[in-house]
Design a protein around this ligand. Sequence first.
Ligand SMILES: [Zn+2]
Length: 288
Amino acid sequence: MNPGGWFSRRSRGAREMDTVPDGVASKCLGCDEIIFVRELERNLQVCSKCGYHHRLTSAERLAITVDPDSFVETDGDLLPDDPLEFPGYVEKASTAAASSGVREAITTGDATIEGLPCVIGVADFGFMGGSMGSVVGEKIARAFERAVERAVPIVIFSASGGARMQEGLVALMQMAKTSAAAKRASLAGVPFISVLTDPTTGGVYASYASLGDVILAEPGAVVGFAGRRVGRQDLGGHLPANFQTSEFQAEHGFVDRTVPRKEMRATLAFLLRFFAASEAREGEADGS
Ligand SMILES: [Zn+2]
């Protein structure tokens, strides 16, 4: 597993891989095989041997999703608040910011994908497990409002353990707030594409993330409200092998389609084009 002590565990943003000190090779989290970092980068952090999708930071996700230089961040100045004065929260958030390179667990903004405009939000699991507190909830709500104002679709990549426990009830309230924002956008005719990545669980799965008009998921991602351990307790130990994965949710109708990472950008562009064409058709129908 660790030949000659060559590999040292270190955490780099959302990615957790065993990396040779000079960053030449990594050990795949899916198959334990050694892969060259450059090959992994070329392959969008997907293992060419087993297909395991390693987690991406929000910056890496944006880079492979939106058109170059098209992303303009919004609400980047909203920083974590400490409504309950929870012991150690401020320090934890500051350490998370330093190690992840982002200042909150979601980054939002305007962008284009294959020339098609959208509002986009990308969660970063490296910042406190992508947890949703008051700032994440506010940024998501504002992103929905912005999509309504601009009359463009909204795409949100989720990656989260759920509500941020350091914000207690205030964090749980974000479930209602983001769900209401998604509903208002829906009533305004704004298409919402929700993309579930590893992992999308807890209060995020149980709120806006499962309210997309189209719900896509990356292969092998843990997707569901509670994980296997809780499920096993509730269901008496009988769980299918793929319980709470993208594939399981797709089989049961909670996910529309699992999309390999290399096809995600083209799939989003296809959907954005479809929505733009539908809107144009409706416009023509209204005008006649
Ligand atoms: Zn692998």
